[in-house]
Design a protein around this ligand. Structure first.
Ligand code: NDP
Ligand code: 2IT
Length: 447
């Protein structure tokens, strides 16, 4: 028998040890809460100190990133890579470049990544990295010099079979290219040490689209469970970055209409459906603000402030910008307006209060570690292609991505059912992700 209060005791340790890191405590608290029935079934986990180990990163690397702007002024940012858990494979997870980045955010993301990667069924451990550098308003040369300085330290900690970073907020194809070039220059090795690479030099087709497409595939599975589909649905996809853009693309292909998108300044609403070509050009090429959209589309309105987006009436919400962007009040508004499904494109975009509202109201709710796992899954497929020195077709990768998302939905639903909370994909995803990592850690001894 596991002694009563094991989970609570572990949470106490985590709270004490990680004071001042609310996002990390939020992510750990949610997972531990789901694990109660699993711990009851596996008393041996307590003796093995399994939870104490799983909540502590294996390694945390912090470093200085000095770089010079176009006026030769020197700036110093802080870089970090958190290698959270390698029970299932090399550390894998993105790099975030955003001024809000500090250890607590990267730790929450690394912790989530461990279970997300497990859910994909591919052999990947979990990690995350980043910096408080803000790429907004910087020239290409400044971003290049920054990326080179970042990699000048990071290169010694990563490797195709050790740790394979990728993109996240503020890191896309441009940044991955600059970092890959610097790694190659320092080590003279052309290796798959990053994913999200360009298609001509080792990248995988569908990686750019993967998180958004995967999130919509996942949501489609939730809808199918209710004999429903995206056909004719009105959809909000918050954010206007990589995840929001490709969610929009797939929703549209499946017969839905995305009417609202945002950035950190505000949101646009277009009742006719947002024109994706305009958003792609503004965001991917010109790197402009979303409010510029209304200059080109008279049917659209712009509202200052991004949190107002949840007041827009919709059938399906895909929060795809950042953590805690959708709170309890926003969730109540969505439910009141008839929203039937929420799938998290972003990591932890819904606050715990919002999650409660969705679960209690019977709204279909797909948590990020399940719904947005398509990005890292396709990174795993990129690693497989790199190892084989092969490149698969778009159709091949897309079919594999779809199958992975269907499987994630299936294993989360089945685990939810098996452990007594049918339909609760929060519990289901946490349990299904955890059990694989836990049994690997048990087999690998106290490390
Ligand atoms: P991008 O940098 O491409 O886009 C981020 C979008 O979110 C932008 O529109 C940005 O607006 C907005 N945003 C970022 N921070 C904030 C903030 N603090 N408040 C309000 N809006 C904000 O990033 P991605 O699309 O890649 O990532 C979005 C989310 O998806 C993140 O949570 C990420 O962790 C998650 N994710 C990404 C994956 C991927 O493969 N890229 C995989 C799985 C999850 P602005 O331009 O104004 O900053
Ligand atoms: O949060 C995530 O899963 C990502 N940013 C993608 C990570 C990856 O390694 O592709």
């Amino acid at each position: 028998m596991a002694s009563t209060g094991y989970i609570e005791r572990v949470m106490e340790i985590v709270t004490k040890r990680n004071a001042g890191q609310p996002e990390f405590l939020q992510a750990v608290g949610e997972v531990l809460d789901s694990l109660k029935p699993v711990i009851k079934k596996h008393p041996e986990y307590e003796e093995a100190g399994l939870l104490e180990r799983i909540v502590e990163p294996e390694r945390q690397i912090l470093f200085r990133i000095p770089w010079q702007d176009d006026q030769n002024k020197v700036h110093v940012n802080r870089g970090m890579r958190i290698q959270f858990n390698s029970a299932l494979g090399p550390y894998k997870g993105g790099l975030r470049f955003h001024p809000s980045v500090y250890v607590g955010i990267i730790k929450f993301l690394g912790f989530e990544q461990v279970f997300k990667n497990s859910l994909t069924g591919l052999m990947m451990g979990g990690g995350k990295g980043g910096t408080d550098f803000d790429p907004k308003g910087k020239s290409d040369s400044e971003v290049m010099r920054f990326c080179q300085s970042f990699m000048t330290e990071l290169y010694r900690h990563i490797g195709a079979d050790a740790d394979v970073p990728a993109g996240d907020i503020g890191v896309g194809g441009r940044e991955i290219g600059y970092m890959f070039g610097q790694y190659k220059r320092i080590t003279k090795q052309f290796e798959g040490i990053l994913t999200g690479k360009g298609l001509d030099w080792g990248g995988s087709l569908v990686r750019t689209e993967a998180t958004g497409y995967g999130c919509v595939y996942f949501c489609d599975e939730m809808l199918k469970g209710k004999k429903d589909s995206f056909e004719g649905k009105t959809v909000i996809a918050s954010g206007s970055g990589n995840v929001a853009i490709y969610s929009h693309e797939k929703v549209t292909q499946l017969g839905g209409k995305v009417v609202a998108m945002s950035d950190s300044n505000g949101y646009i609403y277009d009742k006719d459906g947002i024109n994706l070509d305009t958003v792609k050009r503004l965001k991917e090429i010109e790197r402009k603000r979303i409010k510029e959209y209304v200059n080109e589309h008279k049917s659209a309105e712009y509202t200052e402030g991004c949190s107002g987006i949840w007041n827009v009436k919709c059938d399906v919400a895909l929060p795809s910008a950042t953590q805690n962007e959708l709170d309890g009040k926003a969730a109540e508004t969505l439910v009141k307006n008839g929203c039937i499904a929420v799938a998290e494109g972003a990591n932890m975009p819904c606050t715990p209060e919002a999650v409660k509202v969705f679960l209690n109201s019977g709204t279909l709710y797909g948590p990020g570690k399940a719904a947005n796992a398509g990005g890292v899954a396709t990174s795993g497929l990129e690693m497989a292609q790199n190892s084989q020195r092969e490149a698969w077709t778009f159709e091949e990768v897309d079919a594999k991505l779809n199958k992975i998302m269907v499987n994630i939905y299936k294993s989360a639903s089945e685990a939810a059912e098996e452990y007594g909370t049918p339909g609760n994909l929060v519990n289901g995803a946490n349990i299904a992700g955890f059990t694989k990592v836990a049994s690997a850690m048990m087999a690998q001894g106290v490390v």
